[in-house]
Write a protein that binds this ligand. Sequence first.
Ligand code: FEO
Ligand code: CA
Ligand code: CA
Ligand code: CA
Length: 547
Amino acid sequence: MDVNRRQFLTYLGAGTAALASLATGIPALAAGQSISGKTADHLFGLEDKKHKFNPKFKPIEPSTKDDVVLPSGYKYDVIAVYGDRINQNGDTFGFNADFTCFLPIDGSADHGLLWVNHEYLGELEYYVTGYDVLNADPKQNKRTAEQVQKYLYALGGSVVEVKREGGRWKLVPDSKYGRRVSGLTKHELTGPAASLAKEVIGTFANCSGGVTLWNTILSCEENFQDVVDDCRLKDNRHYGWVVEVDPFDPASTPKKHTALGRFSHENTAMVIAPTGQLVVYMGDDANDQYVYKYVSKGKFNPSAGKQNSKLLEEGTLYVANFGKGKWIALDFASNEALQKATDSDGKALFASQADVLVNCREAAKAVGATPMDRPEDVEVHPIDGSVFIAMTNNSKHGNFYGQIVRLFEKDGNHAGLDFTFEIFAAGGPQSGFAAPDNMAFDSAGNLWVVTDISSSSMNSGIYKSFGNNGIFFIPTTGANKGEVAQFASAPVGAEMTGPWFTPDETTLFLSVQHPGENLKSYDQPTSHWPKGGNAVAMPGVIAVTGF
Ligand code: FEO
Ligand code: CA
Ligand code: CA
Ligand code: CA
């Protein structure tokens, strides 16, 4: 059933050329020359390391310890936590770190920019704005204007410059690249629904994301409605998009690409199809929501550098019907189901492609897409091109532990309309993991999966045996295919998010999100990570070494 490896590698020719171009310079890069080069390797499925990565570790046992627990021989450095200064202007690192992406400077594996998403505040908002969420009446939003400003500034993303010196990863606090993109930053809209607004203020609820082939990052707006409500914002249609940021150009305006649709975006996984078109896989993380892919109209042009961003402005958005193994185009002009769809009062749901993109969930439902079990991260296998999708769980249907689906595009064509799939790994006590969320591949095609058991169910009831959330290693080929080994365990109340390897695979970046969440009283913190003692727990980003 595996996609034929030779076949997959055949169409990597385009990728090889593209990579050479990336390495020899895209015009207008701030650092002057090669920047990420290898960061985008996995997007091409191009791996010059040829399965060299062979991490050896003795799996850890599930743990309830209030720390990041790692196998013997591995250690972690805390790079940044909420509130740390990241540039000369005094901007500070945001709250609840999520997606991370390392972009090398001058091809270095020890020095680069780290993009980090900042997703939400939850009841830990108290530590950011002083608003007492635990004792506030949820029906009465009494946040002051100043508290709303602090709230919005704490979300979005950070660009931080990071360096490894003397074996330790550190933040460069006065970096010229250090930048906050936040709930207060001006954004542009592109694509078919761009006429919604001339400019949009803010990005937030930034969950996971992805890297592009031209050295920018894509950051995904997930549960935006909570922030819209808490901050009394006017138009929720400005949120729920995929946002492109160029970390190497601090003056650039981030773009929200409406062609990729509006829903609770978890992440993006970009690949070049054999046709040369760019394909972006995406999940909508909610019970009974859908799996999407975007296929660009034009072809990737390696010599066009950052101009390739235009490919994210014109293309077709598809949604998956798993029962038929088909991708259905959410194209208003050609799809009768969209043209005829009405609400319960018989009123037409859509009048244009822009309407379809703004209301993707309704459009997907109207065309008969398959409701899934919280599709979160999607990643493309670097060797055979199969597409892995983490289904976290779906308590509405008795699916409490989740599973990882492996999707095979027909003839390995990521731009095509037909696919088959299998369940690659199932969560549960039998496998040792539950609620799979973000994933990353190493160059040998091993899967690294983080888990997201909610802080309210962690360590209790049917989730007791799993301990705290963790990170798990699962080979996708060979004798140990599908066997799960635990690599790390998170502090109390936290999930680890955004796993990302340096190009030399000696470092794994991870976020530690919401340690101490689900506490009963601010006087009785449940986590003190990372400082220990009586310190209040703080979310942040770490670098794991020892590989
Ligand atoms: Fe923000 Fe889908 O986790
Ligand atoms: Ca997530
Ligand atoms: Ca990812
Ligand atoms: Ca999650």
